[in-house]
Ligand binder design. Structure first.
Ligand code: COA
Length: 353
């Protein structure tokens, strides 16, 4: 078994070199490192070709069951054998079950994805969300298939698993829909956050004829090491600026404590937005909104929030979770989790092996 160290740090070639094939095997994993491009920069808008390549890879791993000679090297130096029992298919979009991505999990912790298979190569999750395109900087609309995969990795793999306290009752989001209006925050060559918008007039969910009555800032995430640097605020501001003519704008209920603080700070410095921002439940009728600035005025700030790095995580009672339609993701059958329309924990419930 031969292995090569993963090249994960910025400025070095991308992580395709993390896997070294045996002599005589296909060498795309090794030669890709020299190319200096990341998947989002080169991936064709061809989900079907992507799916076929992933299926072929999975089939080849299945054929070599028990005798895999390829390994993926984690940043810790630990090696993960590329074999059928360590790879899973994840559904990229909750409403398009055929769009799947092949992921490699840590055998010691099968909820942790260490690599994804894109463009006929394995990429570490960190490299899969990098870009070598200097024009990709700041907030950019998600348009291509490659950007949708980056959104999925940020949402499901990074927020859903790596950067969420799984022992806690933390907030989570389902995989987005294939048509979700989304923007990714790019910073110094990597995707570090995202936000999504529910457009006024768009359906609140499949199987319902009810439409949103106002634009809604729906899901938002900033990677842990980039928090408290104004990115959450920048996304909220961008959302407000996108809809200058709407008299009312929503932020999806329930807001996390951190998001509540972002709104509070934002409204302190932008008084002109105080009358426009509402915390809303779909579809956002008057009885389903509360003005956020009013909420700020009514709710005294929790005493220690400003002094702590992390806000105490939200604990939602079982009754409240029931009312909100939330379920423990680890107990959900795959498609049940994927078919729910409200915010829920995503994770690898959307995966099959
Ligand atoms: C909510 C979230 C997007 C905020 O992103 P962020 O980039 O850290 O936000 P900002 O840096 O713009 O914060 C602006 C201000 O809000 C307040 N704030 C933000 N996070 C806070 C926290 N955890 N505790 C206390 N105050 C906080 C601060 O006053 C901050 O300004 P300061 O750092 O100068 O004091 C981020 O914490 C996140 O991704 N959380 C997990 C997902 C989530 O909760 N999404 C919201 C669903 S409704």
């Amino acid at each position: 078994m031969r292995e090569r160290r993963m090249r994960g740090s910025r400025g070095q070639p991308p992580g395709r070199g993390a896997v070294l094939p045996e002599p005589g095997m296909k060498t795309e994993a090794a030669c890709g490192a020299a190319a200096g491009v990341y998947p989002v920069d080169v991936l064709d808008d061809d989900p079907d070709a992507h799916r076929k390549a992933a299926l072929a890879c999975y089939a080849s791993l299945g054929e070599g069951a028990g005798a895999s000679s390829e390994v993926f090297c984690l940043p810790t130096g630990e090696q993960v054998k590329l074999e059928a029992s360590s790879v899973y298919f994840c559904t990229v979009h909750r409403d398009e079950p055929q769009h799947k991505i092949l992921v490699l999990v840590n055998p010691q912790d099968t909820k942790t994805v260490v690599a994804v298979y894109i463009k006929e190569s394995w990429w570490s999750t960190e490299d899969a969300i990098r870009t070598s395109d200097p024009a990709r900087e700041g907030l950019m609309k998600v348009q291509s298939f490659g950007e949708r995969i980056v959104l999925f990795i940020l949402n499901v793999i990074i927020f859903g698993r790596l950067e969420r306290n799984l022992d806690d009752d933390d907030m989570f989001f389902l995989p987005h829909s294939v048509k979700e209006q989304a923007k990714i925050m790019w910073r110094h060559g990597a995707a570090v956050g995202f936000y999504t918008t529910k457009m006024k007039g768009s359906l609140c969910g499949s199987g319902t004829g009810v439409c949103y009555l106002l634009p809604v800032f729906d899901t938002v995430f900033v990677r842990r090491k980039h928090r408290r640097q104004g990115l959450g605020t920048a996304m909220l501001r961008d959302f407000c600026e996108t809809f200058p003519d709407d008299e009312a704008l929503g932020v999806s209920y329930p807001m996390s404590p951190a998001m509540y603080q972002v709104c509070r700070q934002f409204l302190l410095v932008c008084p002109e937005e105080r009358g426009r921002l509402w915390e809303v439940k779909p579809p956002g009728a008057w009885g389903q909104r509360i003005n956020i600035w009013l909420k700020v005025q009514l709710q005294p700030r929790l005493p220690d929030w400003q002094h702590t790095q992390e806000i105490p995580r939200r604990r939602t009672s079982a009754v409240m979770r029931g009312l909100l339609g939330m379920t423990d993701p680890d107990s959900l059958p795959l498609e049940t989790a994927a078919s729910r329309k409200c915010r829920q924990k995503p994770g690898l419930d959307t995966c099959t092996s």
